[in-house]
Design a binder for this molecule. Structure first.
Ligand SMILES: [Zn+2]
Length: 281
């Protein structure tokens, strides 16, 4: 859901680096024979990704009847992701691209692996294509594992090609109770197509972001309760509202769709919370 700078490695260079130390001659010949196709399919991938149409890329079993899916998966696993693989420098560079080392799919957990946007077992030609590889956390990677879109609204937002940060899509409400809670959801944008609104909604649900953000917000409220109590005792609910607004503006200056920004903005606009709801029991 969050943008990441696109890798600068070309797909044909990545593939050439990965297969550079294959010593099995028949295998090397077969791998070299699909190099043009890797480049062509990777170019097509970039065009499709730019127009939110990755669902139009066909799944294949192997590559051109020359290289099997297992062999392409091994090229990735051993020669790119492998610690001593000749393509490891590309793997490492792509892994470093997400800002602050935070997963661009959940915007919360640290990057620990590379995610194939289109899974390597279903799209083996793209197994080492840089545009198809995004640094991600283990949880998001596992959730997406074998997901292949078959309709436009099922296409995951691609951190290199899709930008939804210019509109407010993350929203929340306060749930009053013995302990205040925040419930997150997505909100539709009139300036977006139905497909884009649906992609955001689906991805948010698939990755379980409401639960993740709800838990983080609950802890944040608990952490702030003492400070808000001190402010309330001296300046009342207006002081609490001012403090929460200041916190919201600080977070919004960085990114308005972060759970932190939305938490503080939502709390600052809730009279019950500002008038002592933060205290809990
Ligand atoms: Zn993640």
């Amino acid at each position: 859901m969050w943008c990441v700078d696109r890798p600068t490695f070309a797909a044909d260079d990545s593939f050439a680096a990965c297969i550079s130390r294959v010593h099995n001659r028949p295998l090397k010949r077969r791998l070299m024979a699909i190099a043009d196709q890797v480049k062509t399919e990777s170019d097509l991938y970039a065009r499709r990704a730019s127009s939110a149409a990755l669902h139009l890329i066909a799944q294949t079993d192997g590559v051109s009847g020359l290289v099997t899916t297992d062999e392409m998966v091994k090229v990735y696993d051993q020669r790119m992701a492998g610690k001593k693989g000749p393509g490891r420098h590309i793997y490492d560079a792509i892994k470093l691209l997400p800002k602050h080392g935070i997963c661009p799919f959940c915007d919360h957990r640290p990057v620990s692996t590379l995610d194939h946007v289109l899974p390597k077992r279903l799209f083996p030609t793209l197994a080492v294509t840089p545009d198809n590889l995004v640094g991600a956390c283990a949880d998001c990677n596992k959730t997406k594992l074998s997901f292949a879109p078959s309709a436009p609204e099922e296409v995951f937002l691609h951190p290199y090609f899709d930008d939804v940060e210019d509109q407010q899509w993350l929203a929340a409400k306060v749930v009053q109770g013995p302990v205040a809670a925040i419930v997150f959801r997505t909100q539709a944008n009139a300036s977006w197509s139905n497909d884009l609104n649906e992609r955001v909604r689906r991805q948010f649900r698939t990755l379980g972001l409401a639960q993740l953000y709800g838990a983080q917000a609950a802890r944040e409220i608990s952490d702030q309760a003492h400070l808000l109590g001190v402010i309330y005792d001296s300046r009342g609910s207006d002081g609490v509202r001012e403090e929460l607004t200041r916190q919201a503006e600080t977070r919004e200056a960085v990114r308005s769709n972060s759970w932190q920004a939305v938490t503080y903005r939502t709390l600052s606009e809730n009279d019950w919370f500002c008038d002592g709801g933060f205290r809990g029991v």
